[in-house]
Design a protein around this ligand. Structure first.
Ligand code: C2O
Ligand code: CU
Length: 436
């Protein structure tokens, strides 16, 4: 963990700090945040370990938390102090298209020593994140990401509100960042790390009986995690930032790269966060000390976000995922393709008029899982029986799986649709939708 430098103290952390002190929140919301993307030495394997050449915003790894209240404006300046281009994307936030941070589609890549102002308001409460969106398989792996938390106007009654960034680090034998140039990774599971961690925004011990909120964010470039939490009887209250109508009991929460989940529950003992996707791995936790009387009321649903009225689908399209190791032939030029096309082209997957709905039938015709992310708006996952399911911005498909998603496009512009396994995106799994 890096020490915070002075600029950082004055910029990004001001918002995080202000969140804990509501009286000064307006100050944070109205002042400009500075994101200085810079090369940074980070000791990934502890304070005594060797320094790795990473990239951070303001020297902090993983990125500092930004906290705003629903309806606030985010006013941020990105200063590019890297030796390569960069951009910031505000994952899951309904931003105006010009603020979406996607190279070739919404803005020019920011060259070294250039700055760019991102300004928009945040219409939905929930757990979101920001990350680099240029050479993202490398820039995100090196540290250009962080949580973006939008608090409800009337937040739920909890003793603690803790953000949990799930990290997947690839570290070589010397204890340094391993850039993993193994080309096979791009067409298989992607860049999978060997050290997994849960980075908690607030590591203080909890009391038995505390009601806590955990905001889980899978920040891995490619790894899927199956989160299991012991020490609390948690209810799932939101997915990808969006509240569930009914809090849900869960055993395991599977999160693809980019996906988030909010859990609220009462502490029954030491909190341990595990990944049970393969062999069980302990990612982190919180020790328990002391006790308080438990609340008598159960966990209720979070206040809903303003949702767009959902009309009849004006179009139905199909998006077939193709390629990867062992996959059949396709006509795209790279390792992966959507509908026989690799990479961004001048033509969108589909054009649709604003304020109309569309269903997209996602067909995973590959032997590998994919986490498909749509920019600018959330969509409903449609059940195999036609029922309307969760409202998300990223949907995970296991090999051979098919899922229909339905989306009301309320946000004009050119919106990226891609696999959030960033190695897959880099190797062709990307397209866009034009909302006119
Ligand atoms: Cu979180 Cu296109 O990305
Ligand atoms: Cu993929």
């Amino acid at each position: 963990m890096q020490k915070m430098n002075r600029r950082h103290m004055l910029s990004v952390s001001a918002a995080a700090l202000a969140a804990a002190v509501p009286a000064t929140r307006a100050l944070a919301a109205n002042r400009s945040l500075i994101f200085r993307a810079e090369p940074s030495d980070v000791r990934l394997s502890g304070v005594d370990g060797p320094a790795s050449q990473m990239m951070t915003y303001n020297g902090t790894f993983p990125g500092a938390e930004i906290r705003l209240q629903q309806g606030d404006r985010l006013d941020a300046r990105l200063d590019n102090a890297l030796e390569e281009g960069t951009l910031i994307h505000w994952h899951g936030i309904r931003v105006p298209n010009a603020m979406d941070g996607v190279s070739m589609l919404t803005q020019e890549v920011l060259s070294p020593r250039q700055s760019f102002e991102y300004r928009f308001s945040v219409p939905d409460a929930g757990t979101y994140w920001y990350h680099a969106h240029y050479l993202s398989y490398d820039q995100v792996a090196r540290g250009l990401f962080g949580p973006l938390i939008i608090t409800e106007t009337h937040p739920p009654d909890v003793d603690r509100d803790i953000t949990v960034q799930l990290l997947d680090l690839k570290i070589d034998a010397s204890g340094r960042f391993d850039p993993d140039t193994d080309t096979l990774a791009f067409t298989t599971l992607g860049r999978i790390g060997n050290v997994q961690k849960a980075h908690l925004s607030d590591p203080q011990p909890v009391r038995i009986g505390d009601r806590i909120r955990l905001r889980l964010i899978n920040t891995a470039t490619d790894r899927i995690v199956a989160v299991q939490i012991t020490g609390m009887n948690g209810r799932l209250v939101a997915l990808d930032g969006m509240p569930l109508a009914d809090p849900r009991v869960f055993g395991v929460l599977t999160l693809g790269p980019g996906q988030r989940a909010d859990v609220i529950g009462d502490v029954t003992g030491e909190i341990i966060v595990n990944d049970v996707r393969e062999d069980a791995v302990i990612l982190g936790g919180l020790s328990a000390s002391g006790e308080r009387t438990r609340r008598k009321v159960g966990v209720s649903a979070l206040p809903s976000n303003p949702a767009a009225p959902f009309g009849r689908a004006a179009q139905d399209v199909e998006l077939v995922m193709q390629g990867g190791a062992g996959g059949g032939a396709h006509r795209g030029f790279a390792g992966w393709a959507f509908n026989d096309q690799s990479g961004l082209s001048g033509q969108p997957l589909v054009r649709i008029e604003r304020d109309t709905a569309m269903t997209i039938r996602l067909v995973n015709a590959t032997g590998w899982p994919h986490a498909i992310h749509l920019h600018g708006q959330h969509f409903y996952e449609i059940g195999t029986d036609g029922s309307i399911g969760d409202y998300r911005d990223t949907t995970l498909l296991e090999p051979g799986q098919t899922r229909i998603i339905a989306c009301q496009f309320t946000n004009r512009g050119r919106w990226l649709l891609h696999c959030h396994m960033l190695s897959h995106q880099a190797d062709g799994m990307v397209t866009w939708i034009d909302v006119t």
